[in-house]
Design a protein around this ligand. Structure first.
Ligand code: FPP
Length: 270
């Protein structure tokens, strides 16, 4: 440990686990998985091998979150912009998504993990949609950690779809302007029913949001890991959690204590 209580690199996973405060866990961890291509490149492998290795890291983060009892984990697997990648890489990514479901569905059920996607899956190949829906249905009753995979997702696309939905309802006379509150918006985004991420992790040392959960990360604590995604293991997840537990969260106020009264409109200050 260094003087601020942050675990030093190389600390064994078991020791890190003991440092985690069970009463101060993030309730929702969102992850921008970055660096698969660079990981593969460094090994003279095709980029897709980086994505394949990335699946191991997905498993490690999900397992660690479940072990800690973190209620929600959201992973950014395929953005609406990722269609611009070479066709072979896109095809491989969807193949990996299907393999992931095939390989993990039983484990999810056995460990009481619920699977859900966020993003516009209506635009995906019908066979992929079938896979995703099967996994969601099969785990719908699970009450443990919710694992949300962002597929064909971007924050702007999610907000655009939510606004279209609102306008359509208003045109049908089912929605009045004053009914549109922050809560209404929360309830009509893909992430409806989950709290905003307390912790947003991005790997590979990049400082960007890349169109991920733009509405929801308003007050998230951000943790940038230098590690490339395929190397992001349980110990790295624990280090991110420990870093989060050292932060003072103010939500625009002056201390971590909840404000006595909210602003009249329910909008927060800076
Ligand atoms: C970013 O790395 C990673 C992605 C665009 C895809 C992430 C996908 C996986 C880990 C596999 C699929 C996962 C699931 C859960 C189905 P990059 O390729 O942009 O890396 P680079 O910046 O080094 O090129």
């Amino acid at each position: 440990m260094d003087k601020d209580g942050i675990a030093l690199p190389g600390t064994p996973e078991r020791d890190l686990l003991e440092l985690v405060l069970p009463d101060e866990l993030p309730q929702h961890v969102a992850i921008i998985m970055d660096g698969n291509g660079r990981w593969a490149q460094a090994r003279n492998l095709p980029r897709v091998e980086g994505h394949r290795a990335g699946i191991r890291a997905v498993r490690a983060s999900v397992e660690t979150a479940a072990r800690l009892g973190i209620p929600t984990v959201t992973l950014y697997a395929f953005s609406t912009e990722n269609w611009k990648r070479p066709a072979l890489e896109v095809k491989a990514l969807w193949g990996l998504a299907k393999n992931f479901i095939d390989a993990e569905l039983d484990t999810f059920k056995r460990n009481n993990l619920r699977f859900r996607t966020i993003g516009d899956i209506s635009r995906l190949d019908t066979s992929v949609q079938r896979y995703l829906k099967r996994a969601m249905t099969a785990t719908a009753e699970c009450t443990g950690t919710l694992v949300q995979i962002a597929l064909n997702y971007s924050g702007r696309n999610e907000i655009t779809r939510m606004i279209r939905n609102a306008v359509n309802r208003a045109a049908d006379g089912d929605l009045q302007p004053e009914s549109i509150t922050e809560q209404w918006i929360d309830d009509h985004l893909d992430t409806a029913g989950t709290p905003d991420p307390d912790l947003l992790i991005r790997t590979s040392g990049e400082f960007r949001l890349s169109n991920f959960l733009l509405w929801q990360v308003a007050y998230s604590e951000i943790y940038i890991s230098q590690v490339l995604w395929p190397d992001f293991d349980a110990a790295e997840f624990l280090k991110a959690t420990l870093s989060y537990q050292k932060r003072e969260r103010r939500f625009g106020g002056l201390s971590s204590e909840p404000a006595a009264t909210a602003a009249p409109s329910g909008e927060s200050s800076v």
